[in-house]
Design a protein around this ligand. Sequence first.
Ligand code: G3D
Length: 201
Amino acid sequence: MYTLLSGLYKYMFQRDEYCVLILGLDNAGKTTFLEQTKTRFTKNYKGMSLSKITTTVGLNIGTIDVGKTRLMFWDLGGQEELQSLWDKYYAESHGVIYVIDSTDEQRLSESKRAFEKMVTSEALEGVPILVLANKQDVETCLSIPDIKTAFSDCINKIGKRDCLTQACSALTGKGVNEGIEWMVKCVVRNIHRPPRQKDIT
Ligand code: G3D
């Protein structure tokens, strides 16, 4: 009877948990995106005022539940000296959200270099990547085609994994739900694929 009840309890309330990294250069809007996500997906969540968020130094964490899926986010600092820490988290992650500041054309090639390094890491092989073209609320921002063109020589490095470029404003929330729902679908589907080499060894 106990086994039956505990099985039923687990079926009803236990969630599958997935770790998702939020990466990108400093000032791209990672922390604002995390706060916006928590606000949208957590009932009665009273986060900090989005306009008062300052750039990530170190690590911010957050958790949301979407149906029976729990996403645990690690928002890592994007300053050059902190980027060297990103790969310490790769082996544990099921998904990556890469945030680009669409208003910062000057740092687009720097962002592309960081993306390229991340995407070619063996520890992330097959892991779905959501690319957020953030700050699309700013009238003068780069468009999705502009950003895709700037990142075009990374395409063959992405391989066969799931990858989506999503227009987004972490500040207003536009594109946030679509991005998160896509990521949930991908991590759930990915976990049922045959294990990757790094998981076997
Ligand atoms: P980071 O965590 O990637 O370092 P933050 O970036 O989330 O701290 O955001 C850096 C700055 O960009 C913040 O402004 C924040 O309000 C702004 N920002 C983040 N997302 C958006 C967006 O979608 N649209 C606009 N217009 N601004 C955004 P400040 O002024 O505090 O530096």
